[in-house]
Design a protein around this ligand. Sequence first.
Ligand code: NAD
Length: 296
Amino acid sequence: MTLKTGVIGLGNMGGGMAATLAGKGFEVSGFDLSAAALEQAQRQGVRAVSDRAELIRSVDVLILSLPKAEHVEAVCLGEHGILELGRAGLVVVDTTTSTPEASRKVATALRAKGIAFLDAPVSGGPKGAANGSMSMVIGGEEADLAKVLPVLEAMSGTRVHVGGHGAGNVAKIANNMLAAAHLITTAEAMSMAAKAGVDPQKLLEGINAGSGRSAASQVMFPTWVLNKAYDSGFTMGLMRKDVGLASDLAAALDLDLPLARHVAQLWDDSRETLPDSDDFCCIVQRTDKALYGRGE
Ligand code: NAD
């Protein structure tokens, strides 16, 4: 049976996911509050739907790609949302980087109506969404995951089922806590080496062949920082949200994580010079404006 698929949230990530599925022959409908996002999805082979209720009623799998937990709760539990209009048997796959609490709350509420929920936040950026190579960390029940596996396999290169409801978001928050730190530590290491006379490109080659490498050195610096493109498609605002989620999770667990706390402070303090609309890679500019700035 072909699974009828819907996507709510057709932004940088959701738009790419919907287009990928359409390109692989899935019947995909999409909804977004933004008319421009709907039009773009339509151009990419997605059936753009302006009536969210119709979408919720008509699909077997519903993928969410929304900014934050509060949007997920509103779409799932709010008026004319998935709890009210979804039918038993529907599987909701939430790819939003959200909170474990929201995932558990929504999963429990939907389960009472026979609707399954998986928290399946993603890595790989808009490019990974657009070419189906994203990685997913998934929380939820094995049987629900098995039902939607063909859809997830079409959207992603790697899937790790990390535990029950909420575990996907715990894993994603831990991942982004590291990414947020690596961008800053790599910027500091490179600034130091540049001042000591080593060419940044050569340094990157050396680090990427050594033990200091990370996605910051292997992907972010070569693709978006050293060429000063700063066009990753992931905003400073969304990364600040994720850094905040890590701080909240550590606090809820009564953990003292001094380095994570300091990294969170740096992301927060940078608000004064780096607005939420900037690319997240711009955080390196607070380390060394001369080396990483665009000269403006
Ligand atoms: P985005 O802002 O580009 O897209 C979000 C979309 O959701 C927008 O088009 C917006 O109009 C729509 N939207 C908001 N509220 C809605 C609602 N109630 N109903 C329908 N549509 C609604 O954000 P994005 O970069 O695509 O990120 C989406 C999620 O994926 C975030 O949680 C983000 O943290 C996560 N994420 C992003 C990236 C990235 O590189 N951009 C990578 C991994 C994870």
